[in-house]
Design a protein around this ligand. Sequence first.
Ligand code: HEC
Length: 164
Amino acid sequence: MRTPKTAALLFLAALAVAGQQPGGVFTAEQSAAGRVAYEKTCGRCHTLTLMGRQGNPDERPPVSSLSEADQKFLAQFGGGRVPPLAGKVFLERWGSKTAAQLVARFQEARFSFAEAGLKDDEDIVRITAYVLEVNGARPGSQALTRGSAFVVNSAVHQAGEGSR
Ligand code: HEC
């Protein structure tokens, strides 16, 4: 049995290791806030799993629960197809780009439709942190910024296989 003291030491050791990872390029606070912002905004269309839409009935939230404006917007794109923001297809497109490029692209998305769900402009940076996390990157001590120059794949692959 582990004593509380051993558990505390292990916890500290794990923190130290996480802090040292070059992959720690956003903070846990950023990605947690990003998740909340994402689910109110981008997640309506790109879905809660970030895997986008192909018209399958199990996609959440269901299209029928969205506002008329959202449904109209989606109908313009192949009958409701929405590209994924996580997984292989997404990383094939975005893995070799920098985090700064991803934030900039998300910023464009933010202004491409009427969006009331975002608190402030930093929400886009937080959403990017959340997207990186879902793609396998780990939070650390360094905050993500609009100027973060690391390549997306370097943070995502840092996390290693099978960690999620
Ligand atoms: C009302 C639905 C809707 C919302 C809300 C929405 N998107 Fe999208 N998004 C789409 C659709 C549809 C496309 C595909 C558009 C096209 O094919 O030109 C798309 C495309 C994208 C792309 C391009 C993907 C690629 O690999 O090229 C990115 C990036 C993106 N959205 C990010 C976001 C982010 C970040 C948010 C939240 C701030 C967001 N979207 C909110 C529907 C939406």
